[in-house]
Design a protein around this ligand. Structure first.
Ligand SMILES: *Cc1c(COP(=O)(O)O)cnc(C)c1O
Length: 455
């Protein structure tokens, strides 16, 4: 017993020591992948090792290869940090080793998901009657949402896709914006619809779907099973589709609306940005991440569906030994996993830690810091290529080669970490402000570094 608590304390101490080092450490220390591989490599041990020795060896092998992405000056991809209470709750989830399959395998995990799910819907403005599946990431949430869509649009024409599959099924139209996230395509692949099914709709100036074009695409095809993928939060620009108009349009055509709102759906949580996702309650399914802007530990995301019965019909499975199935669908009935990590504890803890005001403040602060980036870099003479409506900033350093050189220089410098992207045929620096610990000083320090490296 004494050994176990020493072991767990060591893990907690080293994790918190690491966290405390983040504000000051260089973000982009150069990594030696070969040395890291060597540190982990070696023959499969034939005999047991004492747990404390294992942990000590793991710390030594892994720490030189950790990316400071939980820190305040990591602006790559759309990567959030991890709130303290949520992180500690996740440690408990591992310590408790619960299987969140259903209320028999872990009553507490299912209760936490139920409470957290209700809070999430309230914060996001999703109808309280909607279902909430706790999944691994927005990729999985898109897959679950589109599986529910696939179920319903085919059920509407008398086809049971869960039993009969897609061979011989009536064709499904899938309409999605040109600037959809690539995970939508992978979800369509996994669901047997394939990527070529997509009828693309051009985007407007800042990367939101063009409503007139959506109307034309809808009208051009034959009526029948139709799924439309909309987006809150273009992964490059942060632009959000006009959900109210688009949902009304799609519903007039009898279609299903799925909203990929991995990070952008959080605009709903603040009065200052809520207008960007106006009408979101009209959609049929929603995908949203917890591990990005909400700053929950990996892996954490949510698949919401307006109809619990449709959600469960698409995802749940039955087996004779699964006592407890047959009640209200929950847990594994709403996800693609069977045995599941109890990720509801961390979600519940993160939402309690922030509260409604804290979530709104987090969204507002990240948006304000993104604008600070845009203004600072504009004043320094660089061109911001997008309209900064949320937490994403795209910067042009003159031409593709210069921009790529700048991104590489910033990454090598290590003051902060930014990524590169191609948007509308241009190479751009991509800055995403998604971390709950980022301050104005972090942004100013990063602007100063970028400016210094450019001259
Ligand atoms: C990040 C992102 C995804 C994928 O989410 P994961 O959590 O990485 O699975 C999907 N859509 C959008 C718009 C995203 O930004």
């Amino acid at each position: 017993m004494e050994e176990m608590s020493r072991l767990f304390r060591l893990a907690a101490d080293r994790a918190s020591g690491y966290r405390q080092s983040l504000p000051d450490r260089l973000v982009g220390t150069p990594f030696d992948q070969g040395a890291l591989a060597d540190a982990f490599a070696g023959p499969l041990p034939s005999v047991p090792s004492p747990p404390e020795q294992v942990l000590t060896d793991l710390l030594a092998a892994a720490e030189p290869g950790l990316v400071a992405s939980a820190g305040p000056r990591y602006f790559g991809f759309v990567i959030g940090g991890a709130l303290p209470a949520a992180t500690a709750a996740d440690m408990l989830a591992a310590g408790w080793d619960q299987n969140a399959h259903n209320a028999v395998t872990s009553p507490a995990a299912i209760a936490a998901e139920a409470a957290a799910g209700a809070w999430l819907k309230e914060l996001l403005g999703i109808p309280p009657s909607a279902s909430a599946g706790f999944v691994t990431g927005c990729q999985a949430a898109n897959t679950v949402g589109l599986a529910a869509a696939r179920h319903q649009v085919l059920a509407d024409v008398g086809w049971d896709v869960e039993r009969r599959g897609l061979l011989g099924a009536p064709p499904i139209r899938v309409i999605a914006g040109d600037e959809r996230h690539a995970t939508i395509d992978r979800s369509l692949r996994l669901l047997g619809l394939g990527m070529d099914v997509v009828e693309p709709v051009p985007a407007g100036p800042n990367g939101a779907i063009d409503l007139g074009s959506l109307r034309e695409v809808l009208r051009a095809g034959s009526p029948g099973p139709t799924i439309v993928c909309l987006q809150s939060g273009n992964v490059n620009t942060g632009a959000c589709d006009q959900l109210r108009e688009a949902c009304e349009l799609v519903h007039r055509h009898g279609g299903w609306v799925h909203v990929d709102g991995a990070f952008g759906l959080w605009a709903a949580a603040s009065p200052a940005t809520r207008h960007l996702v106006d009408g979101l309650e009209l959609a049929d399914s929603w995908a949203c991440d917890g591990h990005k802007w909400l700053n929950l530990p990996y892996d954490s995301a949510f698949a919401f569906c307006a109809r619990l019965d449709v959600h469960a019909a698409a995802m749940s499975y039955a087996a004779a030994y699964l006592v407890g199935s047959g009640g209200t669908p929950a847990g594994a009935d709403l996800t693609a996993e069977s045995s599941r990590r109890a990720r509801g504890f961390a979600v519940w803890a993160g939402l309690r830690e922030l509260g409604r005001d804290g979530v709104a403040e987090l969204v507002d602060r990240c948006c304000a810091l993104a604008r600070r980036f845009a203004e600072g870099l504009t004043s320094a003479g660089f061109e911001v290529a997008n309209e900064v409506v949320l937490n994403q900033v795209l910067v042009d350093f003159g031409d593709d080669a210069s921009t790529d050189r700048m991104v590489a220089a910033v990454q090598a410098d290590g003051t902060c970490w930014v990524g590169g992207t191609t948007w509308r045929g241009r190479r751009l620096m991509r800055i995403s402000v998604s971390n709950a610990t980022t301050t104005e000083a972090d942004v100013d320090r990063s602007i100063a570094a970028i400016t210094r490296l450019a001259t």
